[in-house]
Design a binder for this molecule. Structure first.
Ligand SMILES: [Zn+2]
Length: 261
């Protein structure tokens, strides 16, 4: 189901080519069944720096406005993705660091889709989806756990992780940008929407607070160092982990520094 492969070159911009990258690969059968877009069809998203054909193929199906999730018995669900230990290194600090031997999160998977806050498209560009092997293992575990517990819930919409080598990820990369997200330990997870749209909520009233709280609880239970949430969404948790801060009324920012699998 999942393979760890080494590929040549996947660099963007003026960066030196990446000599070796590892990409989690999904079989088409592992992709979630989604409803065809209706009237609000958007232009097909382009993943400009797509490193593999497997990354490209699902993109054509991802002009999705709302999720239609098939509630299947556990026995028919795809097996969990195993994330290989590739020796990723989160160098430096989350706000002044870089990422070595990172892994690329697929643009979509059985439990998630990605969203590009710079372009407003799905999936997000590959250059925004890199993390340590630990972060991907942590994230995919929680997402699967959440979807098993909430079989009717839409896939979770994932925002930015880190850039291919980590480093600064400011607004010059689109959207609001990030102070942290520099060494593969941070991931933004948009709150589920009550209307099931696979998009970030634009107002607090759009947030499905029950599902959002469940996600927060699962990130906490799985051992997140921090789950930063919005000031106005009413999400709670252990104060040493769940912290309400500005600019997070549409997403949870999860950090896993110190987490070991
Ligand atoms: Zn963030």
């Amino acid at each position: 189901m999942v393979a760890c492969v080494a590929l040549g070159g996947c660099a963007g911009g003026s960066e030196a080519p990446i000599e070796q990258v590892r990409v989690l690969r999904l079989t088409p059968a592992a992709l979630i069944t989604k409803q065809a877009p209706a009237r609000e069809e958007q232009a097909p998203a382009q993943d400009e720096q797509t490193p593999t054909r497997d990354e490209q193929a699902p993109a054509r199906d991802e002009t999705i406005v709302r999720a239609s999730v098939v509630s299947a018995p556990r026995s028919s669900l795809p097996p969990p993705m195993s994330v290989p230990d590739v020796g990723s290194i989160a160098a430096g600090a989350t706000n002044d660091g870089r990422l070595l031997n990172g892994l690329l999160l697929p643009g979509s998977g059985p439990d998630w889709v990605t969203y590009d806050p710079g372009l407003g498209t799905t999936p997000s560009r590959a250059e925004r989806r890199w993390g340590t092997d630990r972060l991907l293992a942590f994230l995919l575990y929680v997402l699967r756990d959440y979807r098993l517990a909430n079989p009717g819930a839409p896939p979770v919409v994932i925002g930015d992780l880190s850039r291919p080598h980590g480093g600064p990820f400011g607004s010059d990369h689109g959207g609001l940008g990030h102070v942290s997200h520099q060494n593969g330990l941070d991931v933004d997870v948009f709150y589920p929407r009550r209307d099931r749209a696979l998009l970030p909520p634009t107002r607090v009233a759009q947030v499905d607070r029950v599902l959002a709280q469940d996600l927060v609880d699962r990130f906490v239970a799985a051992g997140a160092q921090y789950a930063f949430v919005g000031l106005n969404v009413g999400l709670v948790g252990p104060p040493q982990v769940v912290r309400a801060i500005p600019h997070h009324d549409d997403h949870i920012h999860v950090r896993i520094a110190g987490w070991r699998r």
